[in-house]
Design a protein around this ligand. Structure first.
Ligand SMILES: CC(C)(COP(=O)(O)OP(=O)(O)OC[C@H]1O[C@@H](n2cnc3c(N)ncnc32)[C@H](O)[C@@H]1OP(=O)(O)O)[C@@H](O)C(=O)NCCC(=O)NCCS
Length: 199
């Protein structure tokens, strides 16, 4: 996979209930408001430990646009089509262009939870990643982030591959264990099910 595939990727996606846009300046204020309203649910997110202001969100979005323009990652903010409310932020990062694979990250607005909106948004970004050539997308969650574990396995249908011991420090600075989840490009899914049918 070429870096230019990411640089040339769409900056806007549409799903039945959502519009996903890259981090344009207009999303900064609703993003900050959404993060502040969701703080109690963000204890696993390093940059979700303190209330933020719009200036912080503008700089965060500006940094995100630079990363996307350089082909380092893809970043989308999901907005409801009906009322424009900020639903969440999704990014495909840590791209290995040779394999090619990437890791997906997501942070949703707690007030929109349980409606399948984050599922819709994350799956749209995963579909885009696979259409650009990724063969594997990983999600890595701390072992006590029960909401995220359930989401990866049940809402996204990812495979729980294994426990990663002391891989990182958590947002509070403690060494933590994480679970590795993965989803695979549709061609591989087809190949795996064809093999198991043949057995
Ligand atoms: C992980 C996270 C993004 C999950 O978000 P969410 O808001 O729960 O996501 P969804 O609403 O899409 O979850 C799917 C649920 O909606 C339900 N749902 C309701 N209507 C639905 C519909 N029309 N279509 C699909 N699912 C629907 C599903 O049944 C599912 O329910 P369940 O959780 O009881 O099984 C969110 O908890 C979060 O942001 N956590 C904090 C940040 C974080 O820790 N991120 C992970 C870092 S690794």
């Amino acid at each position: 996979m070429e870096r230019r595939s990411l640089i040339q990727a769409p900056r806007e996606l549409h799903t039945p209930r959502l519009r996903l846009v890259w981090p344009v300046p207009e999303v900064a204020a609703p993003f900050a408001e959404s993060l502040n309203a969701s703080l109690p649910a963000l204890r696993f997110i390093h940059w979700g430990q303190h209330a933020v202001d719009v200036g912080w969100a503008e700089r965060f979005c500006e940094g995100g646009r630079a990363l996307v323009n350089e082909g380092d990652c893809l970043i989308f903010h999901a907005l409801r089509r009906d009322d424009g409310a900020h639903v969440g932020r999704i990014d495909l990062h840590s791209v290995d262009f040779h394999t090619p694979r990437a890791e997906i990250g997501y942070v949703g607005d707690v007030r929109q939870s349980g409606q399948g909106l984050m599922r819709e948004a994350v799956r749209a970004v995963m579909d885009l990643g696979f259409s650009l050539g990724l063969v594997r997308i990983e999600a890595i969650s701390e072992v006590d982030n029960t909401r995220a574990l359930h989401f990866a396995e049940h809402a996204l249908g990812m495979v729980r591959e294994g426990r990663l011991h002391h891989r990182e420090r958590d947002a509070q600075g403690r060494l933590c264990d994480q679970w590795m989840f993965a989803a695979f490009a549709p061609q591989r899914e087809d190949a795996v099910s064809a093999r198991s049918t043949a057995r």
